[in-house]
Design a binder for this molecule. Structure first.
Ligand code: ATP
Ligand code: MG
Length: 417
Protein backbone atom coordinates (compact mmCIF):
# COMPACT_ATOMS: atom_id res chain seq x y z
CA UNK A 1 0.00 0.00 0.00
CA UNK A 2 1.32 3.43 -0.88
CA UNK A 3 1.68 5.72 2.12
CA UNK A 4 2.02 9.45 2.38
CA UNK A 5 5.58 10.78 2.19
CA UNK A 6 7.43 11.05 5.48
CA UNK A 7 6.79 14.34 7.25
CA UNK A 8 3.59 15.16 5.36
CA UNK A 9 0.06 15.26 6.74
CA UNK A 10 -3.44 14.31 5.71
CA UNK A 11 -5.60 16.99 7.30
CA UNK A 12 -9.19 15.81 7.70
CA UNK A 13 -12.00 15.37 10.22
CA UNK A 14 -11.63 17.71 13.21
CA UNK A 15 -8.24 18.88 11.96
CA UNK A 16 -9.79 19.79 8.63
CA UNK A 17 -12.52 21.77 10.39
CA UNK A 18 -9.94 23.64 12.49
CA UNK A 19 -7.77 24.26 9.42
CA UNK A 20 -10.66 25.96 7.64
CA UNK A 21 -11.61 27.86 10.74
CA UNK A 22 -8.08 29.28 10.97
CA UNK A 23 -8.08 30.13 7.27
CA UNK A 24 -11.44 31.91 7.54
CA UNK A 25 -10.29 33.79 10.63
CA UNK A 26 -7.15 34.85 8.78
CA UNK A 27 -9.20 36.21 5.89
CA UNK A 28 -11.41 38.12 8.25
CA UNK A 29 -8.65 39.76 10.28
CA UNK A 30 -6.67 40.63 7.15
CA UNK A 31 -9.53 42.54 5.64
CA UNK A 32 -9.97 44.36 8.95
CA UNK A 33 -6.33 45.46 8.81
CA UNK A 34 -6.64 46.34 5.11
CA UNK A 35 -4.12 43.80 3.77
CA UNK A 36 -4.19 42.57 0.15
CA UNK A 37 -3.98 38.86 -0.58
CA UNK A 38 -1.09 37.60 -2.69
CA UNK A 39 -0.61 34.12 -4.14
CA UNK A 40 2.84 33.27 -5.41
CA UNK A 41 4.26 30.17 -7.13
CA UNK A 42 4.94 27.06 -5.06
CA UNK A 43 8.38 26.80 -6.66
CA UNK A 44 10.90 29.41 -7.74
CA UNK A 45 14.38 29.52 -9.19
CA UNK A 46 16.75 28.07 -6.62
CA UNK A 47 18.93 31.16 -6.72
CA UNK A 48 16.10 33.30 -5.29
CA UNK A 49 16.30 31.42 -2.00
CA UNK A 50 20.09 31.48 -1.93
CA UNK A 51 19.90 35.25 -2.00
CA UNK A 52 16.56 35.86 -0.33
CA UNK A 53 16.80 33.41 2.56
CA UNK A 54 20.58 33.34 2.76
CA UNK A 55 23.39 30.90 2.27
CA UNK A 56 24.45 30.67 5.90
CA UNK A 57 21.00 29.48 7.03
CA UNK A 58 19.79 26.00 7.97
CA UNK A 59 16.95 26.38 5.52
CA UNK A 60 19.17 26.84 2.49
CA UNK A 61 22.03 24.66 3.68
CA UNK A 62 20.08 21.51 4.30
CA UNK A 63 16.32 21.91 4.24
CA UNK A 64 15.29 22.79 0.68
CA UNK A 65 13.56 20.52 -1.81
CA UNK A 66 15.52 21.15 -5.00
CA UNK A 67 14.95 19.72 -8.43
CA UNK A 68 16.07 20.24 -11.98
CA UNK A 69 13.11 20.55 -14.34
CA UNK A 70 12.90 19.08 -17.82
CA UNK A 71 14.32 22.31 -19.22
CA UNK A 72 17.44 21.92 -17.05
CA UNK A 73 16.42 24.79 -14.75
CA UNK A 74 17.28 24.59 -11.08
CA UNK A 75 14.10 24.95 -9.07
CA UNK A 76 13.22 24.86 -5.37
CA UNK A 77 9.92 24.32 -3.56
CA UNK A 78 9.39 27.41 -1.43
CA UNK A 79 10.72 26.88 2.11
CA UNK A 80 9.06 30.16 3.15
CA UNK A 81 7.21 33.03 1.47
CA UNK A 82 9.16 36.22 2.07
CA UNK A 83 11.67 35.75 -0.75
CA UNK A 84 8.92 34.92 -3.26
CA UNK A 85 6.69 37.79 -2.16
CA UNK A 86 9.55 40.28 -2.48
CA UNK A 87 10.48 38.83 -5.88
CA UNK A 88 6.88 39.41 -6.96
CA UNK A 89 6.83 42.92 -5.46
CA UNK A 90 9.87 43.86 -7.52
CA UNK A 91 8.94 42.01 -10.71
CA UNK A 92 5.44 43.53 -10.78
CA UNK A 93 6.74 46.98 -9.82
CA UNK A 94 4.37 47.22 -6.89
CA UNK A 95 6.58 50.04 -5.62
CA UNK A 96 5.75 52.21 -8.66
CA UNK A 97 3.14 54.43 -7.04
CA UNK A 98 5.23 54.92 -3.92
CA UNK A 99 2.43 53.58 -1.79
CA UNK A 100 2.69 51.33 1.21
CA UNK A 101 1.98 47.71 0.21
CA UNK A 102 0.41 45.50 2.84
CA UNK A 103 0.36 41.90 1.58
CA UNK A 104 -0.76 38.65 3.16
CA UNK A 105 -0.36 35.05 2.05
CA UNK A 106 -1.42 31.56 3.05
CA UNK A 107 -0.14 28.23 1.73
CA UNK A 108 2.25 25.29 1.89
CA UNK A 109 5.97 25.59 2.56
CA UNK A 110 8.45 22.74 2.21
CA UNK A 111 11.52 21.91 4.27
CA UNK A 112 13.48 18.70 4.49
CA UNK A 113 13.49 18.43 8.30
CA UNK A 114 13.43 15.64 10.86
CA UNK A 115 9.69 15.19 11.34
CA UNK A 116 8.25 15.37 14.87
CA UNK A 117 5.22 16.92 16.54
CA UNK A 118 4.85 20.44 15.11
CA UNK A 119 7.64 19.95 12.56
CA UNK A 120 6.82 18.63 9.11
CA UNK A 121 8.24 18.54 5.61
CA UNK A 122 5.18 20.17 4.13
CA UNK A 123 3.47 22.66 6.43
CA UNK A 124 1.23 25.68 6.09
CA UNK A 125 2.35 29.22 6.63
CA UNK A 126 0.21 32.26 7.03
CA UNK A 127 1.95 35.63 7.09
CA UNK A 128 2.26 39.24 6.05
CA UNK A 129 4.79 41.55 4.44
CA UNK A 130 4.52 45.33 4.70
CA UNK A 131 6.64 47.24 2.19
CA UNK A 132 7.49 50.87 1.81
CA UNK A 133 7.24 52.18 5.36
CA UNK A 134 9.55 52.48 8.33
CA UNK A 135 7.55 53.57 11.33
CA UNK A 136 7.55 52.17 14.86
CA UNK A 137 3.75 52.11 14.90
CA UNK A 138 3.77 49.94 11.77
CA UNK A 139 6.08 47.49 13.53
CA UNK A 140 3.62 47.50 16.39
CA UNK A 141 0.70 46.98 13.99
CA UNK A 142 2.37 43.89 12.54
CA UNK A 143 3.15 42.44 15.96
CA UNK A 144 -0.27 43.24 17.34
CA UNK A 145 -1.95 41.72 14.29
CA UNK A 146 -0.21 38.40 15.01
CA UNK A 147 -1.04 38.64 18.69
CA UNK A 148 -4.70 39.59 18.20
CA UNK A 149 -5.12 36.88 15.60
CA UNK A 150 -3.89 34.18 17.95
CA UNK A 151 -5.82 35.44 20.95
CA UNK A 152 -8.92 35.73 18.75
CA UNK A 153 -8.58 31.99 18.10
CA UNK A 154 -8.69 31.46 21.85
CA UNK A 155 -4.99 30.88 22.40
CA UNK A 156 -3.60 31.90 25.76
CA UNK A 157 -0.16 31.18 27.28
CA UNK A 158 1.45 33.39 24.66
CA UNK A 159 4.73 35.17 25.07
CA UNK A 160 5.77 37.92 22.69
CA UNK A 161 9.55 38.08 22.62
CA UNK A 162 11.06 41.25 21.26
CA UNK A 163 14.55 42.34 20.38
CA UNK A 164 16.36 44.66 18.05
CA UNK A 165 19.34 44.04 15.84
CA UNK A 166 19.85 47.74 15.22
CA UNK A 167 20.83 49.28 11.92
CA UNK A 168 23.74 48.22 9.72
CA UNK A 169 26.34 50.07 11.74
CA UNK A 170 25.09 48.69 15.07
CA UNK A 171 24.96 45.18 13.66
CA UNK A 172 28.49 45.30 12.30
CA UNK A 173 29.67 46.61 15.61
CA UNK A 174 27.93 43.82 17.49
CA UNK A 175 28.99 41.12 15.09
CA UNK A 176 32.67 41.95 15.62
CA UNK A 177 32.35 41.85 19.40
CA UNK A 178 30.38 38.60 19.28
CA UNK A 179 32.87 37.02 16.91
CA UNK A 180 35.79 37.77 19.25
CA UNK A 181 33.85 36.44 22.21
CA UNK A 182 32.84 33.17 20.53
CA UNK A 183 36.22 32.59 18.97
CA UNK A 184 37.71 32.14 22.44
CA UNK A 185 35.57 29.09 23.08
CA UNK A 186 35.66 27.75 19.55
CA UNK A 187 36.47 24.15 20.50
CA UNK A 188 33.38 23.69 22.62
CA UNK A 189 30.92 24.80 19.91
CA UNK A 190 28.83 22.18 18.12
CA UNK A 191 29.98 21.34 14.60
CA UNK A 192 27.28 23.43 12.95
CA UNK A 193 28.18 26.44 15.06
CA UNK A 194 31.87 26.07 14.30
CA UNK A 195 30.87 26.42 10.71
CA UNK A 196 28.61 29.40 11.50
CA UNK A 197 31.27 31.40 13.30
CA UNK A 198 32.99 32.77 10.22
CA UNK A 199 29.90 33.20 8.10
CA UNK A 200 27.24 34.20 10.53
CA UNK A 201 28.10 34.35 14.26
CA UNK A 202 24.63 35.68 15.18
CA UNK A 203 23.11 32.35 14.21
CA UNK A 204 25.04 30.68 17.00
CA UNK A 205 22.81 32.40 19.56
CA UNK A 206 19.89 30.69 17.86
CA UNK A 207 21.45 27.20 17.95
CA UNK A 208 19.19 24.49 19.31
CA UNK A 209 22.16 22.72 20.98
CA UNK A 210 24.50 25.44 22.12
CA UNK A 211 22.03 28.07 23.31
CA UNK A 212 21.36 26.23 26.58
CA UNK A 213 24.96 26.74 27.69
CA UNK A 214 25.92 29.52 30.06
CA UNK A 215 28.71 30.56 27.79
CA UNK A 216 26.21 31.39 25.09
CA UNK A 217 23.67 32.81 27.52
CA UNK A 218 26.34 35.22 28.80
CA UNK A 219 27.40 36.31 25.34
CA UNK A 220 27.41 40.05 24.56
CA UNK A 221 23.92 41.44 23.91
CA UNK A 222 22.82 43.38 20.84
CA UNK A 223 21.23 45.98 23.10
CA UNK A 224 24.64 47.08 24.41
CA UNK A 225 25.98 47.83 20.93
CA UNK A 226 23.24 49.95 19.44
CA UNK A 227 23.97 53.42 18.11
CA UNK A 228 21.69 56.26 19.19
CA UNK A 229 19.46 56.06 16.15
CA UNK A 230 18.82 52.33 16.63
CA UNK A 231 18.24 52.76 20.34
CA UNK A 232 15.68 55.46 19.66
CA UNK A 233 13.82 53.33 17.12
CA UNK A 234 13.66 50.40 19.54
CA UNK A 235 12.29 52.67 22.29
CA UNK A 236 9.62 53.90 19.89
CA UNK A 237 8.60 50.35 19.01
CA UNK A 238 8.30 49.44 22.68
CA UNK A 239 6.22 52.53 23.38
CA UNK A 240 3.97 51.78 20.41
CA UNK A 241 3.39 48.25 21.71
CA UNK A 242 2.56 49.56 25.15
CA UNK A 243 0.19 52.02 23.60
CA UNK A 244 -1.61 49.14 21.83
CA UNK A 245 -1.60 47.10 25.05
CA UNK A 246 0.48 44.26 23.65
CA UNK A 247 2.43 42.52 26.43
CA UNK A 248 6.00 41.66 25.45
CA UNK A 249 9.31 40.70 26.97
CA UNK A 250 12.64 41.88 25.68
CA UNK A 251 14.79 38.86 24.92
CA UNK A 252 18.27 40.00 24.06
CA UNK A 253 19.26 36.62 22.67
CA UNK A 254 16.60 36.69 19.97
CA UNK A 255 18.29 37.05 16.60
CA UNK A 256 17.77 36.51 12.91
CA UNK A 257 21.16 35.76 11.53
CA UNK A 258 20.70 37.31 8.11
CA UNK A 259 22.37 40.43 6.89
CA UNK A 260 19.29 42.14 5.58
CA UNK A 261 17.40 41.91 8.87
CA UNK A 262 17.51 45.11 10.83
CA UNK A 263 16.02 46.58 13.96
CA UNK A 264 12.85 44.89 15.18
CA UNK A 265 12.75 41.10 15.57
CA UNK A 266 10.03 39.20 17.39
CA UNK A 267 8.65 35.75 18.07
CA UNK A 268 5.49 34.47 19.65
CA UNK A 269 6.05 31.41 21.79
CA UNK A 270 3.28 29.23 23.21
CA UNK A 271 3.93 26.90 26.08
CA UNK A 272 1.95 23.79 25.35
CA UNK A 273 3.37 20.39 26.19
CA UNK A 274 2.22 18.84 22.93
CA UNK A 275 4.41 21.23 20.97
CA UNK A 276 7.61 20.27 22.75
CA UNK A 277 10.45 22.28 21.35
CA UNK A 278 8.45 23.27 18.30
CA UNK A 279 6.74 25.99 20.35
CA UNK A 280 7.48 29.03 18.20
CA UNK A 281 4.20 29.84 16.52
CA UNK A 282 5.15 33.06 14.83
CA UNK A 283 8.42 34.70 13.86
CA UNK A 284 9.03 38.01 12.19
CA UNK A 285 11.11 41.07 11.83
CA UNK A 286 12.11 44.16 9.91
CA UNK A 287 14.19 43.65 6.78
CA UNK A 288 15.05 47.05 5.39
CA UNK A 289 17.83 45.60 3.19
CA UNK A 290 16.00 42.76 1.46
CA UNK A 291 14.33 44.46 -1.50
CA UNK A 292 17.65 45.98 -2.52
CA UNK A 293 19.41 42.66 -2.09
CA UNK A 294 16.99 41.18 -4.64
CA UNK A 295 17.74 44.03 -7.09
CA UNK A 296 14.74 46.22 -6.28
CA UNK A 297 14.76 49.85 -5.17
CA UNK A 298 15.74 50.55 -1.59
CA UNK A 299 12.52 49.82 0.33
CA UNK A 300 11.94 49.19 4.02
CA UNK A 301 9.92 46.13 4.96
CA UNK A 302 8.61 44.13 7.89
CA UNK A 303 6.71 40.86 8.14
CA UNK A 304 5.96 37.69 10.02
CA UNK A 305 5.15 34.06 9.28
CA UNK A 306 3.25 31.63 11.44
CA UNK A 307 2.81 27.89 11.28
CA UNK A 308 -0.78 26.64 11.01
CA UNK A 309 -0.16 23.05 12.08
CA UNK A 310 1.25 24.19 15.41
CA UNK A 311 -1.88 26.25 15.99
CA UNK A 312 -4.05 23.23 15.15
CA UNK A 313 -2.21 21.14 17.73
CA UNK A 314 -2.93 23.76 20.40
CA UNK A 315 -6.55 24.37 19.50
CA UNK A 316 -7.24 20.67 19.49
CA UNK A 317 -5.65 20.28 22.89
CA UNK A 318 -7.67 23.18 24.29
CA UNK A 319 -10.89 22.03 22.61
CA UNK A 320 -11.41 25.76 22.17
CA UNK A 321 -12.01 25.90 18.46
CA UNK A 322 -15.39 26.82 17.06
CA UNK A 323 -16.43 24.00 14.74
CA UNK A 324 -18.38 24.60 11.56
CA UNK A 325 -21.89 25.94 11.85
CA UNK A 326 -24.74 23.63 12.72
CA UNK A 327 -26.45 21.95 9.77
CA UNK A 328 -29.75 23.74 9.17
CA UNK A 329 -31.85 20.84 8.02
CA UNK A 330 -31.91 17.19 7.09
CA UNK A 331 -34.50 16.11 4.55
CA UNK A 332 -36.07 12.68 5.04
CA UNK A 333 -37.31 11.43 1.73
CA UNK A 334 -39.69 8.66 2.80
CA UNK A 335 -41.62 8.55 -0.45
CA UNK A 336 -38.64 8.48 -2.80
CA UNK A 337 -40.13 11.45 -4.63
CA UNK A 338 -38.06 13.91 -6.65
CA UNK A 339 -39.79 16.69 -4.73
CA UNK A 340 -37.38 16.11 -1.81
CA UNK A 341 -34.37 16.87 -4.03
CA UNK A 342 -36.01 20.05 -5.31
CA UNK A 343 -36.59 21.20 -1.75
CA UNK A 344 -32.96 20.49 -0.84
CA UNK A 345 -31.83 22.48 -3.87
CA UNK A 346 -34.13 25.42 -3.01
CA UNK A 347 -32.94 25.50 0.59
CA UNK A 348 -29.26 25.44 -0.38
CA UNK A 349 -29.78 28.14 -3.00
CA UNK A 350 -31.35 30.31 -0.33
CA UNK A 351 -28.37 29.89 1.96
CA UNK A 352 -29.67 27.16 4.28
CA UNK A 353 -27.26 24.25 4.78
CA UNK A 354 -29.04 21.02 4.06
CA UNK A 355 -28.41 17.29 3.68
CA UNK A 356 -30.31 14.31 2.25
CA UNK A 357 -29.56 10.60 2.02
CA UNK A 358 -28.79 9.02 -1.37
CA UNK A 359 -28.09 5.47 -0.21
CA UNK A 360 -31.66 4.27 0.36
CA UNK A 361 -31.48 4.05 4.14
CA UNK A 362 -34.40 2.70 6.14
CA UNK A 363 -36.32 4.88 8.60
CA UNK A 364 -34.01 3.71 11.41
CA UNK A 365 -30.92 4.45 9.36
CA UNK A 366 -32.21 7.94 8.54
CA UNK A 367 -32.75 8.78 12.21
CA UNK A 368 -29.21 7.59 12.89
CA UNK A 369 -28.02 10.13 10.32
CA UNK A 370 -30.07 12.80 12.09
CA UNK A 371 -28.22 11.91 15.30
CA UNK A 372 -24.89 12.15 13.50
CA UNK A 373 -25.48 15.49 11.76
CA UNK A 374 -27.57 17.06 14.52
CA UNK A 375 -29.45 19.49 12.24
CA UNK A 376 -31.68 22.23 13.64
CA UNK A 377 -34.66 20.87 11.66
CA UNK A 378 -35.72 17.57 10.19
CA UNK A 379 -37.95 17.92 7.13
CA UNK A 380 -40.11 14.87 6.60
CA UNK A 381 -41.54 14.15 3.17
CA UNK A 382 -43.73 11.04 3.00
CA UNK A 383 -46.69 9.91 0.98
CA UNK A 384 -49.23 12.10 2.83
CA UNK A 385 -47.01 15.13 2.48
CA UNK A 386 -46.53 14.73 -1.26
CA UNK A 387 -50.27 14.31 -1.78
CA UNK A 388 -51.14 17.23 0.47
CA UNK A 389 -48.48 19.56 -0.95
CA UNK A 390 -46.92 20.19 2.44
CA UNK A 391 -43.93 18.96 4.50
CA UNK A 392 -43.59 18.13 8.18
CA UNK A 393 -40.93 20.23 9.87
CA UNK A 394 -39.64 18.84 13.12
CA UNK A 395 -37.64 21.04 15.46
CA UNK A 396 -34.79 18.73 16.39
CA UNK A 397 -34.34 20.28 19.85
CA UNK A 398 -37.92 20.71 21.09
CA UNK A 399 -39.16 17.77 18.95
CA UNK A 400 -42.23 19.86 18.02
CA UNK A 401 -43.72 19.22 14.61
CA UNK A 402 -45.54 21.58 12.29
CA UNK A 403 -47.00 21.15 8.83
CA UNK A 404 -45.79 23.79 6.37
CA UNK A 405 -47.05 24.32 2.84
CA UNK A 406 -44.24 23.73 0.36
CA UNK A 407 -44.69 27.14 -1.23
CA UNK A 408 -44.27 28.72 2.23
CA UNK A 409 -41.26 26.71 3.44
CA UNK A 410 -38.58 29.31 2.70
CA UNK A 411 -40.65 32.04 4.35
CA UNK A 412 -41.14 29.80 7.36
CA UNK A 413 -37.40 29.32 7.84
CA UNK A 414 -36.62 32.96 7.12
CA UNK A 415 -39.05 33.96 9.85
CA UNK A 416 -37.51 31.49 12.29
CA UNK A 417 -33.89 32.55 11.81
P1 ATP B 1 12.11 26.56 14.15
O1 ATP B 1 13.06 27.28 15.02
O2 ATP B 1 10.91 25.98 14.89
O3 ATP B 1 12.75 25.60 13.21
P2 ATP B 1 12.19 28.54 12.10
O4 ATP B 1 12.99 29.64 12.69
O5 ATP B 1 12.83 27.62 11.14
O6 ATP B 1 11.45 27.70 13.24
P3 ATP B 1 10.64 30.33 10.48
O7 ATP B 1 11.44 30.11 9.27
O8 ATP B 1 10.77 31.61 11.21
O9 ATP B 1 10.85 29.13 11.48
O10 ATP B 1 9.09 30.04 10.14
C1 ATP B 1 8.00 30.71 10.76
C2 ATP B 1 7.07 29.74 11.43
O11 ATP B 1 6.73 28.66 10.58
C3 ATP B 1 7.62 29.05 12.65
O12 ATP B 1 7.53 29.88 13.76
C4 ATP B 1 6.74 27.83 12.76
O13 ATP B 1 5.51 28.15 13.38
C5 ATP B 1 6.49 27.48 11.33
N1 ATP B 1 7.40 26.39 10.91
C6 ATP B 1 8.69 26.50 10.51
N2 ATP B 1 9.18 25.30 10.14
C7 ATP B 1 8.16 24.41 10.31
C8 ATP B 1 8.03 22.99 10.09
N3 ATP B 1 9.01 22.27 9.61
N4 ATP B 1 6.84 22.42 10.38
C9 ATP B 1 5.80 23.14 10.87
N5 ATP B 1 5.86 24.46 11.08
C10 ATP B 1 7.02 25.10 10.81
MG1 MG C 1 13.61 25.66 11.31
Amino acid sequence: MIQRPKGTLDVYGTDGTIYNYIYNSAQEIMSGYNFEFIKIPTFEETSLFYRGVGEGTDIVNKETYDFVDKGERKMTLRPEFTAGVIRSYIENKMYADNSVKKLWYFGSAFRYERPQSGRYREFTQFGVEVLGVRNAFMDAEVISLAYRFLSGLGITNMKVKLNTLGDKESRQNYRDVLYDYLKKDYDSLCDTCKDRLERNPLRILDCKYDNERDYIKNAPKTLDYLNDESKKYFDEVKEALECLDIPYIVDSSLVRGLDYYSDTVFEIICDYEELGKANTICAGGRYDGLVELLDGPKTPGIGFAMGLERIIIMLKEMEAFVPSERLHSFVMNLDGSSLAYQIVDDLRSSGFSCEIDYTGKTMKGLWKLVDKYNPTYVIIIGEDEVKGDYVTVKDNDTKEEVKVKISELLDYFNMNL
